[in-house]
Ligand binder design. Structure first.
Ligand SMILES: [Zn+2]
Length: 71
């Protein structure tokens, strides 16, 4: 099963490199969301990137809200 995954061309969800293969089996780092990464560092970076997007979105929404209430 793992070899079939490797042959299907699975790559890291963050850096897009092929997932690591140990002893002929793909050995990805799997995130709680079900995405595959090279290792925990790529998983952390991907999580941080999406978290920062979320923060920016929330921040601009809050700013907009304040501007509206002051107008
Ligand atoms: Zn990676």
């Amino acid at each position: 099963m793992n070899i079939a995954v490797a042959q299907s061309g699975f790559v890291c969800a963050f850096c897009r490199k092929p997932l690591p293969i140990v002893d002929g089996r793909i050995q990805p780092w799997r995130s709680p969301a079900g995405q595959f990464f090279c290792n925990e560092f790529c998983a952390d970076d991907a999580e941080e990137a999406s978290f920062q997007r979320h923060l920016r979105g929330a921040g601009s929404a809050a700013k907009f809200k304040v501007e509206v209430s002051q107008a």
